[in-house]
Write a protein that binds this ligand. Sequence first.
Ligand code: HEC
Length: 212
Amino acid sequence: MKLNNKDLKLTLCGLTAIVLVAGFTSCGKKDVNSPGTEFMPDMYRSPSVEVYGTSTFNGDTVYSTKFMPVKGTIARGYIPYAYANTPEGYEQAGLYLKNPIAMSDAVMKDAEKLYGYYCTHCHGAAGGGDGKVGAKLPGAPPAYNGTLKNLPEGKIFHSITYGKGLMGNHASILTQEERWKLVHYVQKLQGPKETAAADSTKAKAKPAEVKK
Ligand code: HEC
């Protein structure tokens, strides 16, 4: 028998259909939960390791990640912050906390950059409380050279560290050094103090109200 082109095409189509049907039906096992044959199952289901926990894999303990610091120790380079996030801590920081970083052109250059990244959108470039985000807050940030003119350096640092009112905590995104550099920058925006020891925020320590 001699196959012509048309017969050949039909036969090929038929064979393809059989292969496809066989292929699909071989996947459709009765047990819907069966994953079928798996090559390299570890690639589909890698052992998931719980941080600060112990994980088991095939009955074996594979990782123990209980690497919590020993009680009473502090990490190298980490300087604990002594003042609590309370009204008393705030007042104490205002009285006793002093900037350990000397002001210099290099410090101000770094501070200006940091201020642009983390503060301008709320406080405004000149610290007038008119940043694009700040203006949309239920209570815009007060101006550094207005209400906050005589805010002492310790309180500036304390508020950047813990946040205040609608301003969030910045301790997790800025190192202590960066926060102190920013204190210099905020002081530059405050302008000269009215009186050397005055603290304009002492009498009315009422935070801005949040209107819902
Ligand atoms: C989400 C907007 C927002 C961002 C971002 C923000 N602030 Fe504020 N900030 C505020 C608001 C609002 C207040 C007023 C808080 C209050 O008194 O209730 C404030 C208050 C302050 C005060 C006065 C705190 C006090 O003790 O009275 C300082 C200083 C300050 N911010 C510095 C900064 C610096 C520096 C940055 C950047 C690292 C920054 N803020 C980022 C919104 C913001």
